[in-house]
Design a protein around this ligand. Structure first.
Ligand SMILES: [Cu+2]
Length: 142
């Protein structure tokens, strides 16, 4: 009895750890710059295979954004990133609703599926990698 059950668990584990594309994790490098339009940013996203560092070409990439300090307060529509000439490089224009710290959700689909979250601080003239603010932010009432 015990052996049979253990075997079933082992078999399930082997299946889950098989050579499925889901096994591959993506790594993302994001840089954004302000455009002439207020609250619009051009973002370049470089996707690589986290294990091999090979560029992730040929995936579909949707980029969404929300503010960690203001859950449910914003409703930024996810945009589809366009592939650049350089393999694994994608570009998306984000239209945000305010400056501050945003979490960008990179939803990767196609041959590889993964979701990477990148936190960035967006300001009027530039954007920098950021971390979620500790404690309540100025625009959050408690
Ligand atoms: Cu906000």
């Amino acid at each position: 009895m015990w052996t049979r059950r253990a075997f079933a668990i082992l078999a399930a584990a082997c299946f889950a750890g098989g050579a499925l594309a889901a096994d591959i994790r993506a790594k993302a490098e994001v840089s954004c710059r302000a455009t002439a339009e207020s609250l619009q940013y051009d973002c370049t996203i470089k996707l690589t295979n986290a294990r091999t560092n090979a560029p992730l070409a040929g995936v579909t990439l949707m980029v969404g954004a929300d503010m960690p300090s203001m859950p449910m307060a914003h409703n930024v529509r996810a945009v589809k990133a366009e592939a650049e000439a350089e393999p694994g490089t994608y570009r998306a224009r984000l239209e945000l609703e305010m400056t501050g710290v945003w979490a960008l959700q990179l939803n990767i689909g196609g041959p590889l599926r993964d979701r990477v979250v990148k936190v960035m601080r967006f300001e009027d003239k530039h954007a920098t990698p950021g971390s979620a603010p500790k404690g309540p932010s100025p625009h959050q009432k408690r």
